[in-house]
Design a protein. Sequence first.
Length: 263
Amino acid sequence: MTSFDEVIPPGKAGNVTAKLDTTKLHGSVGRGITVRTDDPGSPSLFLTVRAEIVGGVTILPDEVLHVNNGSSGGTGGSVVITRGSGESGTLAIGNLRASVPWLTATAEPVTQLRPGGDGLPAARPGDWVIQVTPAAGTPYGRQRAELSFSTGLPRQSEVVLPVLVFLEPPVRLSMERLTLPKSGAGEAEPQTVLLTVRPGLDPAALEIEARPASLQARLEPSGPRGFKLYVSWQGAGEPHGEILFRVGAESFSLPVYSSDGSS
């Protein structure tokens, strides 16, 4: 946000005032301002505003919270919040608000020395740990969100923390969609899909369901976590439907289309 003197007499000085929203900034930052004038000798000026943003809190291990479903089977992400060295007051995290409805956040005060582990640094009494977990139905893939919270500190009373979410589906497939030919007079040739159960999930818990019943699907193990899926269309008309995969509480589907492109 900027303001400026619209009229500057010849030979006089003018003022350009810039305000920088530092809510989401930390450390060394720079922003540019372009000033256009009717001076034929200097029709355009480019000004650079530089600032060192010193926050009231430090966020570790990174000032972006990463949420994922790791190989251990757990889903979520955590950060440690510590009070800045130049800040006064007592750190008290509260009023957590996620920008999307499918993220849940909790904050826990550290009351005794907590050793580092699972990607988090050691935490001392007075620090806080924020944990973010996705709810059931969170879309798979990469998503961006924000987490806002109050600190109870005078210098930086409110923090907006970027959140990057990456959730892998329970099975990794060799294709995103499956196309099948119509069944002929004889038995239809099955199409093969390679799939792997995500680390952290039990391959023995894998279940499949073909919809509608004209879709025939059969699993064959091909490794510790891998399978071959054979799919064919045994009904009349154009092939269509989906193959549903379930592993425990998670599910994922593979759409099936006719080889001529219709669904």
